[in-house]
Design a protein around this ligand. Structure first.
Ligand SMILES: NC(=O)c1ccc[n+]([C@@H]2O[C@H](COP(=O)([O-])OP(=O)(O)OC[C@H]3O[C@@H](n4cnc5c(N)ncnc54)[C@H](O)[C@@H]3O)[C@@H](O)[C@H]2O)c1
Length: 265
């Protein structure tokens, strides 16, 4: 039975994770943590998640509960996740990180720390999106002359843009076509932009309302367009993907993994 810890237990994803974990007899919630001083610290994690008391109080000291037999589900912020990863690496605890918005420097540091423990980092935990990434790689290679554009929409309270998933989709196009993503990516367009360069990968971010997260990859040819669309209808898809990843990660050797490793694709 995986002993799970939810970091960011009072947040949107944290509450969804707690409510799903308590419904699954194969998993147990071993701990829950929040940022110091946040409303919810000291409260019962089940009460905060809206599923009634479960006897697991939300603490604010991750180092006190991280242990080799625990797997942490971390949906907090990139800064908090980097701190948690350093603690997990020191303690030999497994950690699944869903926070998005890592800088290239943070990614490099995360790779270094990940080699010391079992780590899975994924900007999107849904199974559908990870299958989409595989399909996009295939389509980008097959449709080599087609212009690739990535479009995403998320809720108005999302703090980073474009989404980590949109970046992953853009990188999938770049990888399939042997392009340098940093050089090929263009984020939004305005003014006299000139003719679109062939190798450009356009990435557009829309924000509004409570949209959980939709991603569209459009391959535009002459006289035809192929559009691949994924719509997240509920955070449940993301939370259940993360729990599945945690159960898988528990038994892996130290190293950095992603959801596609879990799916074997
Ligand atoms: N990978 C995915 O599939 C996926 C899905 C949804 C959200 N996200 C990302 O996950 C993160 C959280 O999303 P959310 O919508 O739940 O946000 P949220 O703001 O609702 O929740 C984040 C929670 O983390 C807590 N937190 C901050 N610092 C902390 C610390 N040091 N220790 C413990 N808790 C801390 C906050 O107090 C807050 O309650 C964001 O980066 C978001 O983009 C990823």
């Amino acid at each position: 039975m995986a002993k799970l810890i939810v970091a960011g237990a009072a947040g949107r994803m944290g509450r969804m994770l707690t409510s799903l974990i308590v419904q699954q007899p194969s998993h147990s919630l071993a701990g829950a943590v929040e940022a110091k001083g946040v409303k919810g610290v000291g409260a019962d994690a089940g009460e905060v998640a809206g599923v009634g008391p479960i006897g697991v109080p939300i603490g604010d000291d991750y180092a006190a509960i991280a242990a080799p037999d625990t797997v942490t589900l971390d949906f907090t912020s990139v800064t908090a996740s980097m701190e948690h990863l350093a603690i997990a690496a020191a303690k030999g605890a497994a950690i699944v990180i869903g926070s998005t918005g890592f800088t290239p420097e943070m990614e490099a540091r995360a790779r270094e720390l990940a080699s010391k423990t079992r780590t899975l980092i994924a900007p999107n935990m849904s199974i559908g999106i990870n299958v989409l990434i595989t399909l996009v790689e295939k389509a980008a290679a097959l449709l080599s002359g087609f212009d690739a554009e990535v479009l995403e929409i998320h809720h108005r309270t999302k703090v980073d843009a474009p989404s980590g998933t949109a970046l992953a989709l853009g990188k999938a196009v770049a990888t399939a076509r042997g392009l340098d993503f940093q050089k090929s990516a263009t984020f939004g367009r305005e003014g006299i932009t000139g003719v679109r360069p062939t190798d450009q990968i356009g990435i557009m971010a829309l924000r509004g309302g409570d949209a959980v997260g939709d991603h569209t990859v459009i391959f535009c040819g002459q006289g035809e367009r192929l559009e691949l669309i994924h719509r997240t209808q509920s955070r449940e898809a993301l939370a259940s993907g993360a729990i599945r990843a945690a159960a898988w990660l528990e038994h892996q050797p130290n190293g950095l993994y992603n959801i596609r490793n879990v799916l074997g694709i």
